[in-house]
Design a protein around this ligand. Structure first.
Ligand SMILES: Cc1ncc(C[n+]2csc(CCOP(=O)(O)OP(=O)(O)O)c2C)c(N)n1
Ligand SMILES: [Mg+2]
Length: 554
């Protein structure tokens, strides 16, 4: 058996269903040799890590991607960077040049490990084919455990074989024991202190971050929310942990919060942050912790405790286990119960907010304001949808509840603090392949869309029937806003803009430009219908530049 075939079989034995990459990397070539493993052949290696991350987010499995030597591997770097900050378990397995001729001007030789080191948790070269399974297992184990993250493994051509240069290597299939995720609970004394604070609070709040999602804490999170009647908010990474239709859902935090959340947080007396690093975007540059409030911070990594805000109670442990510990502690206490007056206050304030948002979005303006587009997408796509977020100014509205509501049986595929443009555009394709029974919609700016629309034919080829709603303001709106408000000139609008409708059609997808305000809803309904018939859809929606979400967050 060829070593790369053995690697493909190990990847499959790990429970992984897809490898993402451009077909000339050995792992992509051999994926088909491992029954049940599907090598998705992309147009650009840069898409591969983002798609592996989206797969991981929805499946709970590690994401796997690959690229060929030199420039192929270099193209993985932005995705690896994103995965590092998203704590996404990403395993990149790539070839490297023949060690016997390395340094002599070998074709595509370069310092791949050196390039990858700053953007991975761990990277290594397999020197000996007899240790192949040790390295692959180690890669998966490190990606999955502690604070999850990206790892890079390179297999030199004299170890793994290089069929394009006539260097096949024959080995016995090595045995492989899949890597396990090993969880650890929090310090019981700290958990008890946290419970005392929560039970004694008058106005507590619980914030879920990406770590809570990664640990699969949906059930315990909901139980805690309901036992204490605790209003909850989420970072983009934690969004969807419990449906935003829940009466105690407040929506996003930091840059993405609405004014009901802002008001609630302003007077909170205890904040429980679970699986979040409290980064700048999530905290208004660390201004959001109310004066005098007690902070409980639970995270899988001790290094995150006290990174910015110093907690009153720090707990190191898997979010799901820590929440279960808190619940177990509370079940023995009679004072652990919900405050119905608090729930009623939140319900009333939210009703006002719903009315306000509905009114704001009831407009026939054209170009169509982004918030209306987002609100209509939310209502047409509805529950059971995977919302894939992008990075721009106008799609920011999609991070805002209740302009968009992540409802029942729904999920989000989102980015981390690096906010790399294009991740959502290609992540949507992987999301649909991972969850074919769900509706998948990506709300993106025209800039981010143009960076990665090269994968539209991939969506058509693999029948990844998702919808891209392109908020088209013919500009890199976010920098344009700052440019206009500071220096006063604009170099970020596009004087030449491609015809997205034509590009979609030429790529095997359906494309439609919205030419009037009344066309939006029927076009969204048509997109959803086409998606259920297996057709990917691009909607080109002319929109302006509305930065009033900044005011919403105040
Ligand atoms: C790869 C990458 N490059 C640059 C940025 C910085 N950036 C953030 S938003 C943005 C503009 C996005 O434009 P578009 O997608 O059209 O959205 P708009 O702001 O116009 O709504 C830029 C350049 C980034 N986040 N990622
Ligand atoms: Mg734009």
């Amino acid at each position: 058996m060829y070593p790369w075939e053995a690697i493909a079989r190990m990847v499959r034995a790990q429970g992984v269903e897809f490898t993402w990459g451009v077909g000339d990397s050995q792992l992509q070539l051999y994926a088909g040799k491992a029954p049940g493993l599907r090598g998705v052949n992309l147009r650009y290696e840069g898409s591969a890590p983002f798609m592996a991350m989206a797969y991981s987010r929805l499946s709970g499995m590690p994401g796997v991607c690959s690229a060929s030597t030199g420039p192929g591997v270099a193209n993985l770097i932005p995705g690896a960077l994103e995965a590092l900050y998203a704590c996404s378990p990403l395993v990149m397995i790539c070839p490297s040049v023949n060690q016997k001729t390395e340094g002599m001007g070998e074709f595509q030789e370069c310092d791949q490990l050196g390039m990858m080191r700053p953007v991975t948790k761990w990277c290594a070269r397999v020197h000996d084919v007899n240790r192949l399974s040790w390295y692959v297992r180690r890669a998966f184990s490190l990606a999955l455990n502690d604070q999850p993250g990206p790892v890079f493994l390179e297999i030199p051509n004299d170890v793994g074989g290089d069929i394009t240069h006539g260097l096949p290597i024959d080995i016995e299939e090595p045995s492989y024991t899949p890597a396990e995720r090993i969880r650890s609970a929090g310090d019981p004394a700290q958990v008890r202190k946290a419970v005392d604070l929560l039970v004694g609070a008058k106005r507590a709040v619980i914030i879920a971050g990406n770590g809570a999602m990664l640990s699969g804490a949906r059930e315990s999170f909901r139980e805690l929310v309901e036992l204490l009647g605790l209003p909850f908010a989420t970072t983009p990474g934690g969004r969807g942990i419990v449906s935003e239709r829940h009466p105690l859902a407040l929506g996003g935090v930091g840059l993405y919060r609405n004014h009901v959340t802002a008001e609630y947080l302003r007077h909170a007396d205890v904040v429980l942050a679970v699986g979040t690093r409290n980064e700048a975007f999530q905290t208004h540059r660390w201004r959001d912790l109310p004066a005098g409030a007690k902070l409980i911070h639970a995270d899988i990594s001790g290094a995150e405790i006290g990174r910015n805000w110093l907690p009153d109670v720090g707990i190191v442990g898997d979010a799901s286990l820590v929440l279960q510990q808190m619940l177990a502690e509370m079940h023995g206490r009679r004072d652990a119960r919900a405050d119905s007056a608090l729930a009623e206050m939140v319900r009333r304030q939210k009703e006002h907010l719903f009315t306000e948002v509905d009114e704001e979005c009831r407009t026939a303006e054209y170009p169509i304001p982004a918030k209306r587009v987002v609100h209509e997408v939310s209502s047409v796509f509805g529950d059971g949808t995977v919302l894939v977020n992008e990075n721009g100014s106008q799609d920011s509205w999609s991070y805002f509840y209740p302009y968009y509501t992540v409802g029942d049986d729904s999920a989000c595929v989102t980015v981390a603090e690096q906010t790399c443009m294009g991740m959502g555009v290609v992540g949507a394709i992987a999301a649909k392949l991972t969850a074919p029974d769900k509706n998948v919609v990506c709300i993106t700016g025209d800039g981010a869309f143009q960076m990665y629309m090269k994968e539209l034919p991939t969506a058509a080829q693999y029948g990844a029937a998702c919808t891209w709603v392109v908020l088209n303001n013919s500009a890199l709106g976010w920098p344009m806003y700052y440019q206009m408000n500071t220096v006063g000139w604009n170099t970020t609008s596009y004087q030449v803009q491609p015809d997205f409708q034509a590009i979609a059609r030429a790529s095997g997808c359906h494309g439609r430009r919205i030419n009037g305000s009344g066309e939006l809803r029927p076009a969204l309904e048509e997109a959803l219908r086409l998606n259920t018939q297996g057709v990917p859809v691009v909607l080109d929606v002319p929109t302006g530049l509305d930065m009033s979400h900044f005011e919403r967050a105040e």
